[in-house]
Design a binder for this molecule. Structure first.
Ligand SMILES: C[S@@+](CC[C@H](N)C(=O)[O-])C[C@H]1O[C@@H](n2cnc3c(N)ncnc32)[C@H](O)[C@@H]1O
Length: 278
């Protein structure tokens, strides 16, 4: 999830813990070693992975932050970066990179197989890739009607209306997030020519998780950067009275510290470009 806006309450710290775990998983999967100099962080966002890599590299190490065009255009004053899509790293020379990292980026790309081919091209022989992706199709398949991890509740009717706002999002926006799973990630890595391909998959269904967020905090959050915030979806879906009913119910749960139910699937993948072409 992505938090927008300045609000931060206690439960948002769980989001930070999750992000730290994803970052550490990617960086540990990358196995950064003394001989590694150049890390390419594709779809760097605010630098969660890239800055983490800098901390782990030696004094000669450098990280190339690759921003997507649309992200770059909203980041005036940002440090120098390469721009491009995951599937088009044209500014990066062949075999010039020791490690490619990426987190929650392929999920937005329509050209995931091409992205793997580009990662392979820019890596030196023996170079590694380490990535993390959420497998959103899993949640859609198992818990299509849940939204805030509340399970069955007296506000099911309101949740259904808010969910419909997201269902109405253009197919072009949502398709890349839903049209793949962990087996595809492995297949694309193998097809691109990688060896030593390993994937760690974790699936959770209705697992008790941190308490529900109060409604004001929740409204600043979007399920991902391409979708409206929950606040925007609530305004679009509900009348004033309905919004009040939802707020009252959610805030009572938050005050009681009621746990949420987490349904999520995630995949970490790591692989190596062979030292020799077969
Ligand atoms: C959820 S954020 C993750 C950011 C960062 N990797 C991190 O770990 O915090 C998704 C990022 O993917 C980038 N992105 C989306 N589509 C992309 C594409 N086709 N190629 C490269 N980056 C892309 C966006 O600009 C955004 O920064």
């Amino acid at each position: 999830m992505t938090q927008r806006g300045p609000h931060e309450r206690g439960t948002v710290s769980q989001l930070r813990l999750d992000l730290a775990a994803f970052r550490d998983g990617v960086l540990e999967g990358a196995g950064l070693a003394a001989g590694d100099v150049v890390v390419l962080d594709v779809g760097c966002g605010t630098g969660l992975i890239g800055f983490g890599a800098l901390d782990r590299l030696g004094p000669d190490g450098r990280v190339i932050f690759v921003m997507s065009h649309w992200m770059c255009s909203t980041s005036a004053g940002a440090p120098p970066v390469a721009t491009g899509g995951a599937a088009d790293l044209a500014g990066i020379a062949d075999a010039s990179v020791d490690v490619v990292t990426t987190r929650s980026v392929l999920i937005y790309s329509d050209r995931k197989a091409s992205a793997f081919a580009e990662f392979f091209r820019v890596l030196r022989p023996g170079g590694r890739i380490s990535l993390f992706e959420p497998i959103n199709g899993f949640v859609e398949q198992l818990r299509p009607d849940d939204l805030f991890g509340m399970g069955d509740s007296p506000v099911n009717d309101l949740i259904a209306k808010v969910r419909d706002v997201y269902r109405g999002t253009t197919e072009e926006t949502t398709r890349p997030m839903m049209d793949f799973d962990e087996r595809d990630l492995v297949g694309w890595a193998v097809t691109a020519g990688f060896e030593a391909v390993e994937l760690d998959y974790r699936a959770q269904v209705d697992v008790p998780a941190d308490p529900i967020w109060d409604s004001e905090t929740l409204k600043c959050v979007a399920p991902n950067p391409r979708l409206p915030t929950y606040g925007e979806a609530i305004v679009a879906a509900l009348t004033d009275d309905e919004r009040e009913r939802l707020d009252t119910y959610m805030n009572a749960l938050a005050a009681a510290g009621t746990p949420t139910r987490r349904t999520m699937a995630t995949a970490f993948l790591r692989a190596r470009r062979p030292h020799w072409h077969r």
